[in-house]
Design a protein around this ligand. Sequence first.
Ligand code: G3P
Length: 220
Amino acid sequence: MRIFLDTANLDEIRQGVRLGVLSGVTTNPSLVAQEGVSDFREHIQRICSLVDGPVSAEVVSKTVEEMVEEGREISSWAPNVAVKLPVTAAGLEATAVLSRQGVVVNQTLCFSVNQALLAARAGASYVSPFVGRLDDVGNDGMQVVADAVSLFERYNLKAQVIAASLRHPMHCVQAAKVGAPIATMPFKVLMQMIEHPLTDVGQARFLRDWEKVQASRVVR
Ligand code: G3P
């Protein structure tokens, strides 16, 4: 499973890159707004230059024509940009047009297996079921990921599932277990994946033991 960061924060992205585990980034209008970005294009281009992998940037248009025009524009910003479009009727139609033209599309705001299937059929390269938001309303978000993964495989659909709206480290484990090829997560969740109290205790003990031996050598 490849790890993407779900953020528009440049420092978080730089840190993720330094860790050597980052294969892409997803953003959305809320995340970009949080960063107080004045120039959307420039910000996405900076992220694209930092990351060796796809960077999703979302359209904010509503009609098919506007989505296609905005999607084309976004796709021209960098070779590794992916255009994010919602799984609505307009978003599907725009996905069909853009994907036929070779634009890499990430269909977002996916909350059902039917939406995932339609997004894949329309030609999306990525489909993003929102696990946490489904869990929030009493559904089993990870089941949508699991079903989409197995149906894409069964019907030989090229779209890749991005397990999105992940809220905690167990979501990452579950996404990996159900075979999601990609998981996108907030920086905080990536850090939580690293942490384990026994690692910290074990490292402290190893270093203490090592230092004791060094100190006793100095005394002799
Ligand atoms: O990539 C989708 C993601 O940003 C949604 O996450 O936590 O706002 O539900 P969340």
